[in-house]
Design a binder for this molecule. Structure first.
Ligand code: BGC
Length: 270
């Protein structure tokens, strides 16, 4: 761990989809940087509770909170629970995301709706609740220069079209302008809003793309930096974006992708 353990001292964070993959790593890193962390899960409580217990054992503060981020009542109840437990929320990591892949011609409305509901509507609902809490509380200069921080976990597919995944790419394209529009609207209140766009990171969501040497070799053709990403790569960026170290960074997407967005196929073509 490279960040000081008091970087986020006195702050509390909510990580949606915080019990696995990128969300789990972000929750761990935020806790190590001194934040109290609420770990959101949707269906199975055990991994979220286990992570909360580990953080507590290591001297941090953490709780597990259930909510389906696409359901307004769930989201409102989750924010009430976290504010009751921690007093307030300073950092929202809008991370919950799913893929329901299908060729476009066969994609069902259900596959489309499920992905838009979690990846885009979920981010809207959580960002709105967070912003209301940030405004209610206002700035505490001894804690942070900002009234609050919203970090959207997007994807390289907010700019890279993705055949066979149009619901996912559309949701992430939506996240891009959702984030920027919120950033524009909330800047006067000193609420900082940014995105992280991960490239190919080793998690369960894309296991087939990296789990065999053959698959990994194919994937590496798309990654100029020559390695598949790890969840820690994203977590380190999230801690920085959540801290005052990035106080002048607002309304931007930080691509953490080993150069995937550099059109690597043009390195020797075009
Ligand atoms: C997707 C992964 C994919 C990566 C790069 C991510 O947003 O969830 O499945 O490997 O983008 O294409």
């Amino acid at each position: 761990m490279t960040y000081p353990s008091d970087l986020l001292k006195g702050q509390s964070a909510l990580v949606t989809g915080g019990s696995s993959g990128i969300g789990e790593a972000i929750a761990r890193y935020l806790a190590k940087a001194g934040a109290a962390v609420a770990i959101n899960y949707n269906s199975s409580p055990e991994p979220a509770q286990k992570l909360a217990d580990t953080i507590q054992t290591e001297g941090g503060r953490a709780i597990a909170v259930k909510a389906n981020v696409s359901q307004e009542d769930d989201v409102k109840a989750m924010f009430s629970q976290v504010c009751q437990e921690f007093g307030t929320i300073d950092i929202l990591i809008n991370n919950s995301g799913i893929q329901k892949d299908a060729p476009f011609l066969d994609m069902t409305l259900e596959q489309w709706n499920q992905v838009i509901a979690v990846n885009l509507t979920g981010q809207f609902l959580c960002a709105r609740e967070a912003a209301q809490e940030f405004l209610r509380r206002g700035i505490r200069p001894e804690i942070s220069s900002a009234a609050g921080k919203i970090i959207s976990i997007s994807s390289v597919h907010e700019v890279i079209p993705w055949a066979g995944h149009v619901n996912y790419a559309a949701s992430k394209g939506g996240v891009s302008l959702l984030m920027k529009s919120i950033a524009q609207e909330l800047a006067p209140y000193n609420i900082r809003v940014n995105s992280i766009a991960p490239g190919a990171i080793k998690t369960a969501i894309n296991r087939p793309a990296w789990e065999t040497p053959e698959a990994e070799a194919e994937l590496l053709k798309l990654i100029p930096y020559g390695r598949v990403g790890e969840v820690d790569d994203i977590a380190k960026a999230a801690v920085w974006l959540a801290s005052d170290e990035s106080d002048y960074v607002h309304g931007t997407t930080l691509f953490v992708d080993g150069g995937m967005t550099l059109y690597p196929e043009f390195a020797e073509g075009g």
